[in-house]
Design a protein around this ligand. Sequence first.
Ligand SMILES: [Zn+2]
Ligand SMILES: [Zn+2]
Length: 218
Amino acid sequence: MPKTKTSKSLLRNDVNFPTFSDLPDENDVDLTYYDEGPYGFAPSQHWCFLGEIVDSYGLGRILLRVKDKEDQVVTIGLYTDDRGQALAPQIKQGHTVAVLYGEQHGFLDMSVGIRVEEASVIRIIPCSLEQLLKVSDDVAARNSDRQSRCCGSCGQKEDTSDKTHLRLCSRCKQMSYCGEACQKKAWVDGHKVDCKVLVWVQWFAARNWRVFNGYFNF
Ligand SMILES: [Zn+2]
Ligand SMILES: [Zn+2]
């Protein structure tokens, strides 16, 4: 089915960041994501599944239960060489799993989800799915506002004739402030947490998801 719904907030784009029900089925060719080329079907664009961890289990092989943007809970099975052991210390309920090029899979226990075979396609982002989406929205809103202004509570516009330019957060390099006072207050008021999430949102934003020129890796 063709999809036309778009959003300015990158991670809310439901073609490139689909819910489980919109992922291609591994037993079928989904023409939203694949095109027929000279060597058979190949991806025509990139996609990444996002789901928040609700549970994890499995001895030997790690299995995650995650909730997608539509609150559907599915399984992510780690069939990597180390059976997910390298990821284990980061697994935390309420944090978000990102899986590149995931496809719908039916497991032997009759649950549905994604079978992950390469460690390079899965990462855990240390925040809830809601917070990740919120930060993505904030970035979209800021990008549409052409005027540079202080991201602190004062919201002051940058005066280009003035010598005092806005100072950038040295960690995320996304938020700028009129001065130390605004920056410190914003840090305590929530940027301390958002800053790490912003680094992830930028990782996604730095890539062109609509054109396929080889697979992305985390
Ligand atoms: Zn300010
Ligand atoms: Zn920052």
